[in-house]
Design a protein around this ligand. Structure first.
Ligand SMILES: NC(=O)c1ccc[n+]([C@@H]2O[C@H](COP(=O)([O-])OP(=O)(O)OC[C@H]3O[C@@H](n4cnc5c(N)ncnc54)[C@H](OP(=O)(O)O)[C@@H]3O)[C@@H](O)[C@H]2O)c1
Length: 344
């Protein structure tokens, strides 16, 4: 089997040192070591994947690299008791698509510690409609719950609301009964966000204060922030006493202009979220929820699918903040691995 070629989306440097990304075929024995070989049915497009397509050194730690932090499919070979051939599984994060060849490929081989059995209630496609973005949104919601931000506590803001993480966060929070205020830079996304359950849709300026006041009037019970910078600062300064802001992204800015006052005078919690290294027990808990009571009713509106050979054009869109919702990448149904030698 190792002589077979599999299709994958590879980023590498050309002889001139320029980063090149292309759909190609590589022998299976070039896959990195691991306990479990998975035939991938679906992957997805995340912001991080789009950076990887450009070979961004903050994401891609070594070249050549197959892009894709997410993968869902079927176990075809396993060296461990925990998984057997035929098991439906999913993998998100860890080093997938970062130091370890990723999910935009017909196969991934990964350590068993990265593999989550597909929870009953989710198809492989649905699991990738959610993907890392879904797990991230769920971690943010969990952080709010853990800090006692409840549905009756008051309005909860979601920024970057029309993006992947934002869309799932709006859907989850509203399904759980929260009063959701969606912040978007896309006026055309208003109806979409209302359909997902946002009570109010506001422009970014509504939560952007650059006046420099250490505290602002108290408005929000909590927030899920995917953008960072002045907006995250504004949210922290305008959250009510003992509220919580879950921060997971930097789509606008990696900096955080802030003083300590929201923390020491209002008891605000800034809860950091890192889905990639989410511990396995929490992953299991959240994937079970996402497959059950938290499964977004509007998943079909949030996500649409593209083929592996179409995904690069959308990578530029996501970096420009223009993509709405999620893109699931269909890998199965592409032509199957072939016997033969490496192709360019
Ligand atoms: N920490 C983690 O574990 C984790 C996991 C997944 C993603 N992330 C991060 O979370 C962020 C969102 O990821 P994603 O996959 O949801 O990306 P995405 O689909 O591109 O969503 C990002 C959204 O942010 C908004 N936005 C873009 N540029 C902006 C700007 N300059 N100012 C304000 N808002 C802006 C846009 O929404 P509107 O047009 O609706 O405003 C955009 O759709 C990224 O920074 C990503 O790296 C982190």
């Amino acid at each position: 089997m190792d002589a077979e070629l599999f299709r994958c989306y590879l980023v590498d440097k050309d002889p001139q040192g320029n980063v090149r990304a292309e759909l190609t075929r590589r022998p299976l024995d070039e896959l990195p070591g691991g306990d479990v070989l998975i035939r991938v049915d679906y992957s997805s497009l995340n912001y991080k994947d789009a950076l990887a397509v450009r070979g961004h050194p903050g994401v891609v730690k070594r070249l050549p690299m197959v892009v894709g932090v997410d993968a869902a499919g079927t176990v075809v070979e396993s060296g461990v008791y925990e998984f057997v051939e035929g098991d439906p599984v999913l993998v998100t994060g860890f080093d997938l698509g970062v130091t370890h060849w990723g999910g935009w490929a017909q196969y991934v081989r990964v350590p068993q510690q990265w593999v989550v059995p597909m929870p009953p209630g989710l198809t492989p496609k649905e699991s990738m409609m959610l993907g890392t973005a879904g797990l991230t949104a769920a971690l943010c919601v969990r952080a709010l719950q853990e800090h006692d931000v409840k549905p009756g506590s008051g309005p909860v803001v979601v920024t970057g609301a029309s993006g992947g993480v934002g869309s799932v966060a709006v859907a989850l929070l509203s399904q759980l009964g929260y009063d959701v205020v969606a912040v978007t830079g896309k006026p055309a996304a208003r109806n979409y966000l209302q359909q997902l359950g946002a009570r109010q849709v506001v422009p970014r300026q509504a939560v952007t204060d650059t006046g420099g006041k250490p505290l602002l009037s108290r408005q929000w019970a909590g927030a899920v922030d995917t953008v960072g910078g002045d907006i995250l600062s504004t949210l922290l300064r305008s959250t009510r006493h003992f509220g919580c802001v879950a921060a997971c992204g930097n789509a606008a800015d990696a900096r955080l202009p802030i003083t300590v006052y929201p923390f020491i005078l209002r008891g605000i919690t800034l809860a950091g979220v890192d889905a990639a290294m989410c511990p396995m027990p929490v992953r299991h808990e959240l994937w079970q929820k996402l497959a059950g009571p938290w499964k977004p009713k509007h998943l079909a509106q949030i996500a649409r699918s593209v083929q592996l050979d179409e995904v690069q054009q959308h990578a530029e869109q996501i970096l420009a903040g223009q993509l709405r919702g999620r893109l699931v990448v269909r890998v199965a149904g592409e032509d199957q691995p072939q016997k033969g030698h490496e192709a360019g």
